[in-house]
Ligand binder design. Sequence first.
Ligand SMILES: Cc1cc2nc3c(=O)[nH]c(=O)nc-3n(C[C@H](O)[C@H](O)[C@H](O)COP(=O)(O)OP(=O)(O)OC[C@H]3O[C@@H](n4cnc5c(N)ncnc54)[C@H](O)[C@@H]3O)c2cc1C
Length: 287
Amino acid sequence: MRAYLPAYDLRIPASLSEALALLAREPGVWEPFAGGTDLMVLLEAGKLSHKRFLNLSTLSDLQGIDVTADTVLIGALTTYSEIQRHPVLQTEFPLLCQAARETGSIATQNRGTLGGNIANASPAADSPPALLVYDAEIELVSERGARWLRYQGFHTGYKKLQMAPDELLSTVRLPRRAKSWKQYYRKVGTRKAQAISKVCFAGAAQVESGVIRDIRIALGSVAPTVVRAVKTENSLRGAKLSPEIFPAAKELLAREIAPIDDIRSTARYRLRVAQNLLEEFLLQLTK
Ligand SMILES: Cc1cc2nc3c(=O)[nH]c(=O)nc-3n(C[C@H](O)[C@H](O)[C@H](O)COP(=O)(O)OP(=O)(O)OC[C@H]3O[C@@H](n4cnc5c(N)ncnc54)[C@H](O)[C@@H]3O)c2cc1C
């Protein structure tokens, strides 16, 4: 059933401070609206329970990509198309660019934002595994001030976030460390495009003389939140790369994730695919 449009209110704040003042005055009443690509699906389905929306799209403080010597700062309103076009993201953060390229269609990529993908908190979202691998940090702003958090741990449960109702996600910060690392990203869905992930895998590793010096592994669609496979990483760190280490790593990964059966796939399939992707990632490191 479609929603009744006159029942909704959309406010366009003139500035970030006006937006934050509104959120502070009536926390939980005003829901941020960025590209609208998640929210409009709910509207069409008649499932948009919120009635009052705060349009963020004109807020310049939440836009743009800035590169410093050590970091790349991505405004929450940055779209997937902007991510794909950015030269530093292309060369140093290819997993994020690939996630952006494989998100929805071009129309969705032109409107959907990185901040919206994070705040929507779907465990099947495609950019979060890349952000976890890159050790991203996020900035939340409110009238009370600004605070930076590690992205890892931001999602505390299914659709649960460490973000208060008066806060907005303003910036994603990526440290420029992974440049020389070998990187791997694979989204497995029903189709090549316009598909929600059955499993999404991102990995990066620093390999020297056949030994894994450091490694990061993150997955989507295999638990109530996107997850970093820390125990599997720990078991692989310092290991000499050879197919003999694959079975134990795959076993450990199975114990770190908790896939479920749903309309898109089964727990058994997701587990098998996650393990196969780990093997494919490790195999690529040997080359
Ligand atoms: C056809 C289609 C295909 C899609 N395919 C994919 C896909 O392949 N992979 C994938 O991961 N996603 C996909 N999506 C989902 C969606 O496009 C993304 O999650 C997108 O990044 C959401 O961003 P948005 O700006 O449109 O968010 P919105 O819809 O505007 O908002 C989403 C949620 O985030 C909150 N929010 C937004 N910005 C902020 C902020 N700065 N601070 C605080 N809260 C905020 C909103 O209040 C809302 O709860 C698809 C959607 C559609 C319609």
